[in-house]
Design a binder for this molecule. Structure first.
Ligand SMILES: [Fe+2]
Length: 346
């Protein structure tokens, strides 16, 4: 049997940058720089810019001060200038475009828009590549710079996961306006989607959309950074716990995507995923989306050291409703009922 031929167009290359809001920027920078080995490359206004040692651009993470945690924007890089303009036209037709943004550190013009849930995204092509100082060049010539010696250094930004009011509506937006391909999804018994994992190119997913268990969607479930070697997850857990952070779930392996993972809340309250092995690649042009029916969801994690807590499905940033999660800083309880304060303040 032969699969039907459909011309595949890949206009988006990757998640190139991500802006994280934190009420405690210094502590959040400490988390990413001192514990996860990211390199600070710039400061501007209320923002600090960092990158992993294999991130090719000037920054992959922008941390900006806000009173409540959450996502600032996700920055996608198009595969070419024509691809960028094709996608901008499609976004404008959807009515969710906001217009061009210029002046971002290390980035050329980018077009800003929102998902149907209101999560802010940008798409651009021009970027400034990172040039390491001579003493930081690696003998591994395909590596952007030498592996840092502090913390347990992540290699690079990997993917994001958004809580969605309506997974199907948001999944269609990413597929139709941006050209993402569906790799896997969860279908509940009433035929509604519980989650969708979409890829820009060949990685199993660059964005995941999961049903928001309590809120109206558009919140950050997590942003993920890649180790590539699962062995680093154990070292990371040791360093994180030794420095007062509580691991939400570790170590375990997703069946969906096959990535091995650790989840931890950074000091600002945002959930961060650390990915060991990167999971599978989709190189089959006729790939058919994998369907996880409701009765198969228990197998969606195939082995684990600790089960996912109940709040895994409801906690996101900004926080909605009460939470028992704690972070190791003095971020006081919010109107939303966030119970933070953790070990350092009790
Ligand atoms: Fe993830």
């Amino acid at each position: 049997m032969y699969a039907s031929a459909e011309e595949l167009v890949f206009d988006i290359a990757e998640l190139a940058s991500f802006e994280l809001f934190s009420p405690v920027v210094d502590e959040t920078v400490w988390f990413f720089r001192d514990l996860l080995g990211m390199i600070e490359t710039a400061r501007s206004g209320d923002s600090v810019y960092l990158r992993g040692f294999e991130d090719p651009y000037g920054h992959s993470l922008k941390i900006t001060h806000r009173d409540t945690p959450g996502m600032g924007h996700a920055g996608w890089r198009a595969n070419s200038v024509p691809a960028l303009h094709r996608r901008v036209e499609a976004i404008e037709r959807s009515g969710l475009g906001r217009g061009w943004v210029e002046g971002e550190v290390g980035m050329g013009p980018a077009y800003e828009f929102t998902t149907p849930d209101g999560a802010v995204q940008r798409i651009g092509f021009e970027v400034a590549y990172y040039e390491p100082p001579a003493e930081q060049r690696s003998v591994v010539l395909n590596r952007v710079q030498r592996r840092p010696l502090n913390g347990v250094p992540i290699r690079r930004l990997d993917h994001l996961n958004l809580l969605s009011r309506d997974v199907t509506e948001n999944r269609r937006f990413f597929a139709e306006q941006l050209g993402f391909k569906l790799s896997e999804h969860i279908l509940f018994s009433d035929d509604t989607e519980g989650g969708a994992w979409l890829r820009a190119m060949t990685r199993s997913h660059d964005i995941a959309l999961v049903k928001d268990g309590v809120g109206g969607g558009g919140r950050l479930h997590h942003v993920a950074f890649l180790y590539g070697n699962t062995q680093h997850l154990m070292d990371a857990c040791d360093v994180l716990t030794d420095n007062g952070l509580e691991i939400e779930a570790a170590m375990a392996s997703h069946a969906i995507s096959q990535a091995q993972f650790v989840y931890v809340l950074e000091p600002g309250g945002n959930r961060i995923e650390l990915v060991g092995s990167a999971g599978y690649q989709v190189t089959d042009p006729s790939w058919q989306p994998v369907v996880w029916a409701q009765d198969a969801i228990d197998d969606a994690i195939i082995w684990y050291g600790s089960e996912l807590p109940a709040e895994f499905d409801t906690y996101g940033t900004p926080v909605v409703g009460p939470t028992n999660y704690r972070t190791p800083n003095r971020y006081a309880a919010t109107e939303a009922g966030m119970i933070l304060g953790g070990r350092a303040s009790v």
